[in-house]
Design a protein. Structure first.
Length: 267
């Protein structure tokens, strides 16, 4: 089995790297480098007649420019760099241009693998995501309460509704990272069960890369949808807010906030 690192793009044209393996039966498998998820890939033959049903690949990879391993480097020489129409017959020089090993050494030197002393390691996050999430959530509750009080509105929190928002934030971050949409049927079902008949539910998710709650709150208020939720008026209005911090190396993190409200609809 041959294994290679692929360099290209995925959904939303984001640059990305993943792993390609080709077994003795010429079965092409893609392996997502961030999750380990495996996809069987079938290329579309552009010469097939329209009556032929094209394969439906589940992966999110869009283009591929090159692939390489410890001993070889191949540049994509095909008319299109779209993954769905690429042939992965690496022995076909019309499809893949193999870089000469002497050319690789001229760029990388004799020691292609850098010395251990030159390898830099990312430092793990020092943030406790649960504690930080709870802290930001409490700060946002205070800001919402103060804002509604200034408007002469009461604030009633629905803790259970806040809890039900948690899986939605996790799926949003997964989709943002991997370009793969997770079915949210369970989330929608839990919301429908929680919201009584005759009531309306509204939710607004948003992502930040900082933990300044006042700055985030001001940004949310500039959205007409979020402002309608935070300043919701009506009968039996209950509010919810959920914050989830996703830590990454070098003390960077993604912060997802979701405001929600349920209220009795009045016709």
């Amino acid at each position: 089995m041959n294994a290679f690192v692929c360099i290209g793009t995925k959904a939303k044209t984001n640059a990305h790297a993943w792993v390609l393996t080709i077994d003795v039966n010429n079965t092409v498998l893609f392996w997502e480098s961030l999750t380990g998820q495996r996809y069987v890939h079938e290329s579309i033959n552009p010469n097939d007649p329209p009556a032929v049903t094209p394969p439906n690949n589940a992966h999110a990879y869009r283009t591929i420019g090159c692939l390489f391993n410890h001993s070889s480097f191949y540049a994509n020489a095909q008319p299109s760099d779209g993954v769905h129409v690429c042939s992965f017959d690496l022995y076909n020089e019309a499809s893949w241009k193999k870089l000469n090993m002497d050319a690789i050494k001229s760029v990388c030197g004799i020691n292609v693998v850098p010395a251990a002393s030159s390898v830099f390691h990312l430092t793990p996050s020092t943030t406790d995501p649960i504690l930080k999430s709870n802290q930001l959530e409490n700060e946002l509750r205070v800001l919402v309460y103060e804002h509604r009080t200034d408007m002469g509105l009461m604030t009633v929190w629905d803790d259970e509704l806040s809890y039900l928002l948690t899986p939605a934030l996790a799926s949003y971050e997964f989709e943002q990272c991997h370009g793969v949409t997770i079915a949210n049927d369970d989330f929608q079902h839990s919301i429908r069960r929680h919201v009584p008949d005759g009531h309306t539910f509204k939710g607004f998710p948003i992502q930040f890369i900082h933990t300044n709650t006042r700055r985030a709150f001001a940004t949310c208020l500039r959205s007409s949808i979020c402002e309608q939720i935070i300043c919701c008026r009506g009968d039996q209005v209950k509010l919810a807010v959920r914050v989830r911090v996703f830590p990454y190396p070098e003390d960077t993190y993604a912060v997802w906030i979701m405001f929600a409200a349920k209220y009795k609809s009045v016709l």
